[in-house]
Design a protein around this ligand. Sequence first.
Ligand SMILES: *Cc1c(COP(=O)(O)O)cnc(C)c1O
Length: 440
Amino acid sequence: MAQSDPRRAVPRTDVLMGHPDLVAAVARHGAATVKEAVRSAQSLARSGEIAPDDVLTAARAMLPSRSTTLRPLLNATGVVVHTNIGRAPLSDAAVDAVVAAAAYLDVEYDTATGARARRGRGTLEALRAAVPAAGDALVVNNGAAALVLATTALAAGREVLVSRGEMVEIGDGFRLPDLIASTGARLREVGTTNRTRLADYADALGPETGCILKVHPSNFRVEGFTSAASVRELATLGAPLVVDIGSGLLHRDDLLPDEPDATTALTDGATIVTASGDKLLGGPQAGLVLGEAATVERLRRHPLARALRVDKLTLAALEATLRGPVPPVTDYLHVDRDRLRARTERLATAVSGEVVAVEGRVGGGGAPGLPLPGWAVALPEECAERLRRGQPGVVARVERGRCLVDLRCVPPARDTDVERAILAVRAVLDVRGVDRPSGD
Ligand SMILES: *Cc1c(COP(=O)(O)O)cnc(C)c1O
């Protein structure tokens, strides 16, 4: 082979891997990822697409910018708890707690005695302090796990009484009846889709009853000729009463009048309340179990509890959410409308968009149909895809042929990032002659 063959000049893998930049990259991304970038860069040089001298630069450019393929996104949809983009964003306090919990820590260890201690006791104390109506608390992996644990421990091999109007699908094809059936309990439906009375439960109650389950139909509403038995009524029947409130509100929120909360359900007589940690509570993915101490203990002792237990990162984030500052989800729900309007107007002016009135949503199976009035910047529909794919990705809402950028769920400090992202997209689209939105 001739000495001038550029392939001969391509730097060797071991030489490249010894370069300080790539040594640092190995510490950050792992050797396999860095080697893959090096090999790709070498093959570009071998095929003559880049000069041999540029292999190092090309390899560096091919390294991922972070160590996960998960891409952070800005939520400009106006949907506060958006399951597809990670439900609840954590507060800074919760993020700090997660980082601290990444190391060794006393998650189930007593530093005074050197003996084993109750796992996540600080988190459970925080939960009990936040909901004094609960005799005890337990945290599992998610809301579905909390429900499965409760029905398994109370009703495996026996019956769970549920209203036909509450046989819900919780999303992505997962249906409540299937979930309960998987626990070995038999589902006994009572009432009809639109009306279920206390007497319907009373008629079905018997020695086979393991528990009564009341599920908040959080992602839909039945309107018109409807009735349902209340928690207070169901509690009079004497069977263990499990109430799945779904969204994780611990106390009533006047903004969400139809959303059940744990404290009210417990004071109304629920034996156990189950809920998600990453919906309206605004914390990490988790399943909360709150209720009567002896029943919570029964759940804790069930063998399944071990398979559903949460990890230390979750315990840390949940404790910080409960004890710390108001989480972003709460801020976004209760956003100051004048301030939101001012931010929206500023953005509209900067990007030559138009301010339009919109309705945000709670989302994540919470308060279906409840509008959250606000504003958005309307852009041509074509902007939406480019915004999503940008850096950072901005997820806007597409509605009636327009791309709507709603700042409700964007941290105010990131408004300028949204602005820059839109300007970059507009610069490309304006060159291509895409129309500005018409003034409607
Ligand atoms: C969301 C929801 C669930 C499931 O909770 P995950 O935390 O998503 O597992 C169960 N029941 C109700 C009523 C819900 O709203």
